[in-house]
Design a binder for this molecule. Sequence first.
Ligand code: CP
Ligand code: NVA
Length: 330
Amino acid sequence: MTAPDCSNFPHQDLVSLADWTAEDIQRVFSVACALKADREGFNTLLSGKRLALIFEKDSLRTRMTFDLGIQQLGGSAVYLDHRHERLGARESVPDMAHNLERWVDIIVARTYRHRHVAELADHASVPVINGLSDLLHPCQALADLLTLHEKWDGQLAGKKLVYIGDGNNTCHSLLHAAPKLGMHMTVCTPEGYEPNFKVMESARDAARAMGVSLEHTSSPQEAATGAHAIYTDVWASMGQEDETEERAAVFIDYQVDEDLMSYTDDAFFMHCLPAHRGQEVTAGVLDGPSSIVFDIAENRLHAQKAVMALLLLGQSAAPATTPELAEVNA
Ligand code: CP
Ligand code: NVA
């Protein structure tokens, strides 16, 4: 199989999807689908490339899929466990960036503070990927939307995506991407847990430009009506463990259960995982026929392989295909 074209990609980093266009996101889908179709077939695409994985928080999916992903493309990964030492504590984030850029070709960072992953990207000369911050989770949104793209044969436009629960990092990255792809989106949160104002504003601009709706409501039944996909995430994110009990009381009416799913238009159920059965979702829904959570988890691998390939190879121009060259090559 011919390697997917990763040339001429306009980004060096993936810190946020706010500045990625629909075309950039579609490019990720097309490279991911090509890599997925022949998952062992491109084992020299990123030959010799070295990845640093810096994690301040726990991870199963993000760590595994980046590590396996770079290996499948011919590269290797080094894991830096920062769970017991915040970035910037031992040395400044810019100094860390200037060290790492001398040894590795690409960096993934999972940080508490969004500004730390942004600062790494600002100072490192090599690509930096946000593997989740307190504000955003862009790799998750790419895998989520890639999964819907597959389920609906590329027809995302006009579908209604509903996010129910905490207006958190996962919700923010979906807001950055789904309206641009022509999806209607409704966010449903209790009062006080709405998404970040700036993220909502940018999603509103994208929705306006695409002629689709972007709504916020505090009624789960109203939100779920006519939905084609229902998404939820944990009520207390990593770093908010102290608020777990208080949040469980606030979010009690926001559980995705069978009754709520009955308001939808035969919707898929989505969750970034890890999930808590009996809290944000019932076991019946999470383990039921409409759930696509493990398809999404699998697609973390394919979407991130595509992102790494586009960021690492995207600064090159596409191979020349002038008639003269074609003649010489014939
Ligand atoms: N969904 C997700 O990012 O999972 P991990 O926290 O296990 O990486
Ligand atoms: N919102 C969750 C996502 C985990 C993948 C968190 O930040 O903990």
